[in-house]
Write a protein that binds this ligand. Structure first.
Ligand code: SF4
Length: 191
């Protein structure tokens, strides 16, 4: 069932007309990946590389925040690297990445989440936090351990350079919280 779903997603062209270009669905992970990480949507770089977080956000996330190598991050036994939408959605008229198409979450992501057999979740960015914890304050979520679907769920700010102000305004994220998150990741991966 997992492999069939993966194949269907990889072949999906549902948003082609809306995007105005050929969608490149990015799928990375296994049914039993230990950590399910869900962020917003692939960037233009990832649209071209077809490998998640091969961009500036990825450098911050992997090397500065998680302190892990590409070998660990891209090992699909470790991380299922998903998003609210599988495809880069293009730019708006101001040159910013468009919002992830909502249809992808309903069409695919909900189904994936139902069949994944992970140990913990990491939700990245305010948009993902709002989907999974619609009634909770985003900043509270970042600074505590949460439970979603009966499992530990970490909420991270987005590592994009566009989010630098939030990081600067919340120094306790880099001074304290990220150390706790690194420990959780390490403990999960070495179990
Ligand atoms: S964003 Fe999702 S629904 Fe749209 S084309 Fe890509 S995989 Fe299909």
């Amino acid at each position: 069932m997992f492999n069939e779903l993966k194949k269907e997603i990889e072949n999906c062209k549902y948003c082609k007309e809306k995007f105005g270009f050929e969608p490149h669905p990015v799928f990375w992970g296994k049914q039993n990946s230990k950590i399910v990480q869900i962020s917003q949507a692939p960037s233009n770089n990832v649209h071209n590389s077809m490998k998640p977080f091969t961009d500036i956000s990825g450098k911050t996330l992997k090397y500065e925040w998680y302190h892990i190598s590409d070998d660990v991050f891209y090992n699909q036994d470790n991380f299922f690297i998903g998003a609210l939408a599988h495809c880069y959605p293009g730019k708006d008229k101001n040159g910013n990445d468009k919002q992830p198409p909502k249809c992808c979450f309903n069409k695919w992501v909900e189904k994936e989440l139902k069949i994944l057999n992970n140990e913990i979740y990491i939700f990245i960015g305010a948009k993902a936090a709002k989907i999974f914890f619609p009634n909770e304050n985003y900043e509270d979520l970042v600074f505590k351990n949460n439970i979603w679907n009966g499992k530990l769920a970490i909420v991270l700010p987005h590592p994009s350079p566009l989010n630098r102000k939030w990081i600067k305004d919340h120094p306790e994220f880099l001074n304290r919280r990220i150390y706790e998150i690194r420990d959780i990741i390490e403990n999960t991966l070495t179990k």
